[in-house]
Ligand binder design. Structure first.
Ligand SMILES: N[C@@H](CCC(=O)N[C@@H](CS)C(=O)NCC(=O)O)C(=O)O
Length: 256
């Protein structure tokens, strides 16, 4: 969906920067990075033609470090002599550059509400990292599972109040897309021991997050979301290599 080309390998120190074609948008990414996934989801939702250049984050190319003001983090977006980084900034930039289809509500108050919800989701995404570190510690995992449920109830309540299939309405909007990458990793988290998480799979999660669970199922089936997804097995494999301190960026991945 709009992807013109993608580097098969993650480019490393000593590599050459692939020549930029005038007028072609480029997204710097890492195949398993949830932040870069945000930008790729917005590109997919808008159907913007773009190329993807994958970056090895353990051995970053010198030329990528030179472009970036954030130590060579992904995502990065480049067009001609412009470069932007930080997931939320790149996604808002795409919304301004390519207004259709719109991903924010037109009412400024509702847009502010969406932004607040993205901000609040930060406490859910940080739990996923705590969980990876707690792997094998049953007591800690239990505590983290309870924290997940408490925090997800804010999103459950929001969906109930909005009464729409997605936070945005009939299709995913910015809020849906900004929180999705971490939710996509819930099944991996579940396999790692956090059994209460809604994953769209059986057994269903506790009734307190029923609507959120249904939203997960809708998102999982959505074509734009699918086009940027990685399977649970591949997430698990990558998470294990990441925790072991040896992230396997170039591992073979299967299609969703
Ligand atoms: N706040 C940044 C976080 C991006 C980020 O941490 N990306 C990770 C990959 S998932 C990265 O580039 N890590 C390499 C590094 O920190 O040097 C954003 O929202 O874009």
């Amino acid at each position: 969906m709009g992807v013109i080309s993608e580097t098969k390998k993650h480019l490393t120190t000593g590599s050459e920067c692939p020549p930029l074609k005038p007028g072609t948008l480029r997204c710097y990414s890492m195949k398993f990075c949830p932040y870069a996934q945000r930008t790729r989801l917005v590109l997919a939702a808008k159907g913007v033609p773009h190329e993807i250049v994958n970056i090895n984050l353990k051995a970053k190319p010198e030329w990528y470090l030179a472009k970036s003001a954030t130590g060579g983090k992904v995502p990065g977006l480049e067009l001609d002599d412009h470069f932007a980084t930080e997931s939320l900034i790149t996604c808002d930039l795409l919304e301004e550059l390519y207004p259709q289809p719109a991903l924010y509500p037109t009412d400024p108050w509702l847009k502010a509400r969406d932004r607040l919800m993205v901000e609040l989701f930060g406490s859910v995404s940080s739990l996923t990292y705590q969980m990876y570190r707690a792997m094998g510690d049953a007591q800690k995992i239990k505590q983290i599972s309870e924290d997940f449920n408490t925090k997800l109830q804010i999103f459950e309540k929001e969906l109930v109040e909005r009464g729409t299939p997605f936070f945005f309405g009939d299709r995913p909007g910015m809020l849906d897309l900004m929180i999705w990458p971490w939710v996509e990793r819930f099944p991996a988290a579940r396999k790692l021991g956090v059994t209460s998480l809604p994953t769209g799979e059986m057994p269903p999660p506790p009734p307190e997050i029923k609507h959120f669970h249904e939203w997960v199922m809708r998102m999982t089936q959505h074509p734009e979301v699918k086009s940027c997804s990685v399977t649970t097995e591949d997430h698990m494999k990558f998470i294990k290599s990441f925790i072991a301190g040896n992230p396997d960026y170039d591992m073979e991945i299967s299609s969703v």
